[in-house]
Design a protein around this ligand. Sequence first.
Ligand SMILES: Nc1ncnc2c1ncn2[C@@H]1O[C@H](COP(=O)(O)OP(=O)(O)OP(=O)(O)O)[C@@H](O)[C@H]1O
Ligand SMILES: [Mg+2]
Length: 293
Amino acid sequence: MNELRIEGLSKSYGKKQALKLFQYTFTDGVYGLLGPNGAGKSTLMNILTDNLSADSGSVSFNGTDIRTLAERYREKIGFVPQQQQLYPAMTLERFLYYMAALKGLTKAETKRQIDRILPMVNLADVRQKRLGGFSGGMRQRALIAQAVLGDPAVLILDEPTAGLDPKERVRIRNLISQVAFNKIVIIATHIVTDIEMIAKEVVFLREGEICMSGNLQKLCTDALQGNMFYVWVPYENWEEISQKYPVSQVTREGDRVRLKVLSDREPGEEWKEAVPTLEDLYLYLYDREEKKE
Ligand SMILES: Nc1ncnc2c1ncn2[C@@H]1O[C@H](COP(=O)(O)OP(=O)(O)OP(=O)(O)O)[C@@H](O)[C@H]1O
Ligand SMILES: [Mg+2]
C-alpha cells in the first residue's frame, strides 16, 4: 500500500495565497479533488508532482520526504497537467518513446508497455500519426498513455476530461478506473460525474483550504440527508422555484419538470425527499451562499 502524506503545505504567488496549510494523506485508490476556479487544485498538483516548490510544509512518499527521494520519487509519478503541451510534429509513438526515456525506461521495456497501453487508450491504430492532427479526446488519451508509462505508483490528473464530449468522458473515466489498481490516483475536475462512481474519497478545496473531505457517501449522508427534495411541477414554475431554492437537477418530461432542490425543510406538501449526490454536495458547498443573498 502506497502512502502520500502531506503536511502543512502552503504556497503563495506574490500576495495571493493559493494553498493554506493543506494537510491530507492519500493511500492507494482514486481521489477526487474538487473546487471552483482558483481554489488551488493545480497548485497542489504541481507541488505533488515536484514541478513547483511549496513555501512551507512537507510531502512524503511511503515515509520519506520527496525532496530526499528526488529522482526516485519523480520516476514513480505519472502526470497529466492541465496546461498540456504536445509536440504537434511528433508521432504518437515517438512522443511515448520520448516520455519513456525521460522516465528512464529502456527501449525494450518501452516497446512492451506501449504495445500494452495503446489498445487500452484506443489509440493503437494512430500510433504512427502526428499529434498535431489529434482531436481533443485523442490528445487527452495520449497524455494518459504517457502518464501510465512505467506503471507509476502515483497518478495525478489535472482536469483530464475538460472540453471533451460525453462519450470521450465516459471512455476516460473507464480508462482511469482500469489503470487505478495499486496506485494513488488523484483527479482534479469540475465535472462531478467523472469521479462520483470511482472515487473512494473526495477533497473539496475552497480558497486554498480543505472545506470538506472524506468518503463521498458518508459526506452526502452527513451533510445532506433530509435536505434534498424533489417535486414535479409545470414547466413555467421552474423559474419561480429556482429563485427560492438552489436547484441541483432539472429533468424535463413534456410540459412538466422534476426539480431537485436543497432546502433545510420540506418546501411543501407535494415535495418528496431525494437521495443526495456529489453534485448536490458541490452545490451545498459552493452555491448556497450566493443564493441566500
Ligand atoms: N503562476 C501564478 N502566478 C500568480 N498567481 C497564480 C499562479 N498560478 C496560480 N495562481 C493563483 O493561485 C490561485 C490558485 O490557482 P490554481 O491554478 O491552483 O487553481 P485551480 O483550482 O487549479 O483553478 P482552475 O479550476 O481554474 O484550474 C488562483 O487565485 C490563481 O490566480
Ligand atoms: Mg487548475
